[in-house]
Design a protein around this ligand. Structure first.
Ligand code: ZN
Length: 359
């Protein structure tokens, strides 16, 4: 398959910034870590492999890691059932320097020509046409925003266009879901008053609110408050994998009704009916989720949200070079070219057009 024939993929979630931030923490400066990303580095995504796979860009998460709890998540998540303890909240003063550092890495990536930080859909299309990876600055867990929400203005000015009020641990804005199987996400309370104010301010600034990692009560609070389409960037269907991080049919229906979006998460624990984080996971499990989410949300409201560089993905996907295999599996499954292009690229463009303010 020639490069020009590759199906472009725009992706709802990756943890490249965390990967490069960790590299930079081991004695390298940001510049050197970014150069390695351009020349080829470990993990799921880098520039050379993206160019040979059709990876056109996506949401790049700023994520502040939790202190080490001394638990081996991967070992626990292959048990028949599990309920991992959630880390404590991370304080604003601890989160802010990490978030700034990861935002600076994304800015350095743009400086070195690895990505273009996109603020409009036209920016994304332009980046794609010129062969540059399009990056949306996203924040996964809003610990770096204090109660006065002033930092949100600053991050927005730096390019932030998407934000999840929580990763799974609690914040001053709300509660996330633990890694629990079997379970739905109906665990814990809804958004706090500050969380409601955060959603309103995101609406006013045109920052997309990401529902992945929020618990059900928080999800429904956002559904009530927000004037934007409902979006879960990297979540799957509870009906197929009864997993707290996945979405019930009622949630998927609300996403479709709002003309929103759900991105298929490649993390095997969220794909497999047995909830296990095992690499030996068939591509057919991905198609089963896509079929179900399309049936409930409609084919205009489903896309991809790989979780590359943040999770164990199916062995046949391996890394970003597995995207053409996923596209082939969609073709073999009977999806039309038009449907595949919507799922892989165009649906994200349309939901962002409906969400972002025109600059
Ligand atoms: Zn995540």
């Amino acid at each position: 398959m020639s490069v020009s024939k590759l199906q472009p993929v725009f992706d709802g979630h990756n943890d490249v910034l965390l990967k490069l931030w960790k590299m930079a923490g081991q004695g390298e400066d940001h510049k050197a870590a970014v150069t390695r990303f351009i020349e080829g580095c470990a993990g799921h995504i880098d520039v050379p492999r993206s160019q040979m796979s059709g990876f056109a860009g996506g949401f790049f998460a700023i994520y502040v890691p939790s202190p080490d709890l001394g638990i081996d998540m991967d070992a626990d998540m292959i048990k028949p059932s599990y309920d991992l303890p959630l880390p404590d909240s991370v304080a604003y003063q601890d989160a802010l320097p990490v978030a700034l550092s990861q935002a600076a890495i994304l800015i350095e990536m743009e400086r070195q020509g690895a990505v273009r930080i996109c603020r409009t859909v036209a920016d994304i299309r332009k980046a794609y046409d010129s062969g540059i990876m399009a990056a949306i600055m996203h924040m996964e867990g809003a610990e770096a925003i204090a109660a006065d929400l002033e930092a949100l203005d600053v991050f927005h000015a730096a390019g932030l266009r998407s934000l999840g009020p929580v990763w799974s641990r609690p914040t001053i804005f709300g509660e996330g879901v633990p890694f629990r199987f079997p379970s739905d996400g109906n665990i814990g309370g809804g958004l706090t008053d500050l969380g409601q104010a955060l959603v309103r301010k995101c609406n006013a600034l045109g920052i997309m609110v990401d529902l992945s990692h929020l618990n059900e009560a928080g999800f429904w609070d956002v559904a009530q408050i927000s004037d934007a389409p409902l979006v879960a960037t990297h979540s799957n269907a509870c009906k197929i994998s009864f997993q707290a991080r996945n979405l019930t049919d009622a949630q998927l229906k609300a996403i479709g009704d709002s003309k929103g979006m759900v991105g298929l998460n490649f993390a095997t624990a969220f794909l497999r009916p047995d909830g296990k984080m095992l690499p030996e996971t068939p591509l057919s499990d991905m198609l089963t989720h896509l079929d179900h989410m399309i049936a409930i949300c409609g084919e205009d409201h489903v896309g991809l949200g790989s979780d590359y560089d943040g999770a164990t993905v199916p062995v046949s996907i391996r890394d970003v070079t597995g995207l053409p295999a996923l596209v082939r599996a969609m073709q073999d499954h009977g999806y039309t070219h038009e449907r595949i292009h919507k799922l892989c690229f165009e649906n994200w463009m349309q939901v962002l057009e409906r969400t972002w303010k025109k600059d």
